[in-house]
Design a protein around this ligand. Structure first.
Ligand code: ATP
Length: 302
């Protein structure tokens, strides 16, 4: 769906994007993570032909960007750096204008298409007030409605939940999962780990312009081979497991064991009371912190 090779963008001496090989496959919900200033927005804008690369190749839906970007734009819904809209017009009018300018369908169905897009993003009940009177969250929803008007095969969204409250974030997440289940590939950037972890199937991590990690979330979060065991008898467990206990913190033990099922059976056979038992997995936060350095926009004292 999206493939870049050695994609690079320099602004003077700054490598905003540096040698990125991105791969987004059909059906992915791909989350591009990275600290502020790591190059996410620049990368997303290059994918849409809004910024020209210094070096490298971009292919979106099989077409070279920016050379053949016009061919693919009708199949791509995009929300980049704040939804653009005429502030003095209503949301509905804005969408109608956009629909009229786009490739999709005849005038007769326009009202229905606009109504459906508004409904999907939770704005079905909006009145005639102008967009300038919208909250940031409403503008963001309107931007998403605009992206959906094209019934896109691919959605490219830069920080789509920016400005939304927790309930709004949840609604947009559910909407993106639903669209994805209906066949739309979703590519979005965010610096919110929790959002990516809850939404995405595949993750890329940017750090100072470089893509330092790219993999399926399930692979990244594979079991570590350790089990966290809670028990009121930690000493007995330590004695029983003979060297397999790697850490003891109060009543919680971290045990290295290849098979949690066997470990559970062994503890039960020994008559040890267990209050907690879980195979350990790394959180996305641990994975990202291990792959990145400090925030690019931190300025340390000399
Ligand atoms: P954020 O999460 O804060 O939006 P980001 O990961 O999207 O950050 P970018 O906005 O792509 O990062 O910026 C990457 C780097 O490129 C930054 O150092 C930024 O200052 C620089 N940069 C971006 N656009 C320009 C520009 N037009 N001219 C000069 N430098 C730029």
């Amino acid at each position: 769906m999206i493939r870049t090779t050695d994609l690079t963008k320099r602004y003077g001496r700054i490598h905003a994007v540096d040698g990125v090989d991105l791969e987004v496959r059909e059906g992915d919900r791909y989350g591009l993570l990275g600290p502020n200033g790591s190059g996410k927005t620049t990368l997303v804008r290059m994918l849409l032909g809004l910024v020209f690369a210094t070096r490298g190749e971009i292919e979106v839906l099989g077409s070279a960007v920016p050379r053949r970007v016009k061919e693919i734009l009708p199949s791509v819904g995009a929300l980049v750096e704040g939804p653009g809209a005429y502030p003095h017009l209503s949301g509905r009018t804005n969408l109608s204008l956009l629909d009229a300018a786009g490739p999709g369908g005849g005038r007769r169905d326009r009202r229905a298409r606009v109504g459906e897009a508004l409904e999907r993003v939770g704005l079905a009940g909006i009145d005639r007030r102008p967009v300038r009177a919208y909250s940031l969250g409403m503008r963001q929803r309107l931007g998403l409605a605009a992206a959906l008007l094209r019934r896109p095969r691919l959605l490219i969204l830069d920080e789509p939940t920016n400005g939304l409250d927790p309930r709004g974030i949840r609604e947009i997440r559910d909407l993106l999962i639903e669209l994805n289940a209906d066949g739309t590939t979703v590519f979005l950037s965010s610096h919110l780990l929790g959002e990516i972890e809850a939404l995405c199937t595949r993750v890329g991590v940017m750090d100072r312009g470089r893509l330092v990690l790219q993999d399926d979330l399930a692979t990244l979060r594979a079991p570590t081979g350790r089990v966290v065991v809670g028990t009121p008898d930690p000493e007995r467990v330590v004695a029983l497991l003979d060297g397999k206990v790697e850490a003891v913190q109060g009543h919680l033990l971290t045990v290295r064991h290849p098979d949690p099922g066997d470990l559970n059976a062994e503890l039960v056979r020994a008559g040890i009371r267990i209050t907690e038992f879980a195979g350990e997995r790394r959180s996305l936060e641990q994975i990202v912190l291990a792959a990145t350095t400090t925030s690019a926009d931190r300025v340390e004292a000399p």
